[in-house]
Design a protein around this ligand. Structure first.
Ligand code: PLP
Ligand code: COI
Length: 339
């Protein structure tokens, strides 16, 4: 690892030493297994391959100035994975088992945790797959839960710098009463066409509207949306968005900074009234939005004309990162120091 240029990492896959796996068979979860191959050998008729019985998570581990590794809110990811399981009829993995798997896989790959100075982190990717040979549409009887890790840099090119997003009404990532609130692969497959179209036109992401009425803001492909107006932190409430752990944390931070938090349906037109806008998520952290182009209505909403993040986004970003890297006391109890 001596020759690694940690500061140049992007958000991509790099092979690490080990992953951990745990099978569900005969109605119960087995023991954690350690594996050095990054290949999964599964039956061609597995439910994950045909019927999308698959869920995943994403969390990060940060190395502090003190050399200690800290994982951010892993219990929240464990609980959200249980919610994904309930949503597509998979067995729930106990929170303790999820946490044990995170601790084990991080410890085994500790040489891949980027150093403090790099501003990079170790991305932890849990996933769950429906296994077994089956052709009828019904839940599998066997499952594989696994976690791999990979060192990552910023999700959006340029890191903490405003990028532009667009609104396109002809695509949805999730249905009104569908799977938008859980983290299943199908939602991301559904976002690929719109995402590629947006990228080809120079946008970092699509800002989706609510799929029922197309009147309210939902979220971006891989991140929640929030905006700042005066002393308010405003973020959409919707039945078709993922409950982001980053957003939940930022709401608490905003409140602790004396701001008012408004979590409610946000009409598209309200974009015209915001001082700042941003995407937030584990991969994205806070990704400030420079401009939102509504491609159907031929309207633009500009939040940063000078290429700089707004002051409130900047403050929230700095505080969140300080807690994650252990520079600031963890007064909210969000961080677990790993040994
Ligand atoms: N929304 C979607 C669709 C996502 O994929 C993610 C990423 O996990 C988020 C929001 C942000 O969630 P979190 O902050 O828990 O990473
Ligand atoms: C995350 O933020 O962890 C995500 O899963 C977003 C994306 C890479 C799907």
């Amino acid at each position: 690892m001596e020759n690694m240029n940690w500061s140049d990492l992007s958000f991509g896959y790099m092979k690490t030493d080990y992953n951990v796996r745990c099978y569900y068979r005969d109605g119960q979860w087995g023991e954690l297994e350690i594996c050095s191959s990054d290949i999964v050998n599964i039956h061609m008729a597995a439910t994950c391959l045909h019927y999308g019985q698959e869920s995943f998570e994403g969390l990060k581990v940060f190395k502090g100035k003190d050399g200690k590794a800290r994982v951010f809110r892993m219990d929240e990811n464990a609980k959200r994975m249980q919610s994904s399981s309930r949503g597509i009829r998979m067995p729930e993995l106990p929170v303790e088992k999820f946490e044990e798997a995170v601790r084990t896989v991080v410890k085994l790959n500790k040489r891949f945790i980027p150093p403090y100075e790099s501003g990079a982190s170790l991305y932890v990717r849990p996933l769950m797959l429906g296994l077994g040979a089956q052709v009828g549409v019904k839940p599998a009887t066997e499952y594989l839960f696994m976690i791999f890790v990979t060192p990552v840099g910023p999700y959006f090119k340029g890191g903490f710098k405003p990028s532009d997003v667009c609104i396109m009404r002809e695509y949805d990532r999730a249905a009104p009463c569908g799977t938008g609130t859980i983290k299943v692969g199908g939602n991301y497959a559904a976002s690929l066409v719109a995402g590629e179209r947006a990228h080809s036109q120079g946008y970092a992401a699509v800002l989706y509207l609510d799929p029922r009425e197309k009147k309210y803001l939902d979220e971006c492909g891989p991140a929640n949306f929030f905006a700042i107006r005066g002393n308010s932190y405003i973020t959409p409430q919707s039945n078709s968005i993922l409950p982001s752990i980053t957003n939940k944390s930022l709401m608490q931070l905003a409140e602790s900074m004396g701001m008012t938090v408004e979590r409610r349906p946000v009409p598209v037109e309200e974009l015209a009234t915001f001082d700042e806008a941003a995407e937030c998520g584990t991969a994205a952290v806070i990704a400030p939005i420079g401009r939102i182009d509504d491609l159907d209505e031929n309207k633009s909403y500009v939040f940063s004309a000078d290429g700089k993040p707004g002051p409130v986004c900047e403050k929230l970003y700095t505080r969140l990162r300080a807690i994650q890297y252990g520079d600031e006391p963890d007064t909210f109890g969000w961080v677990t120091v790993l040994d």
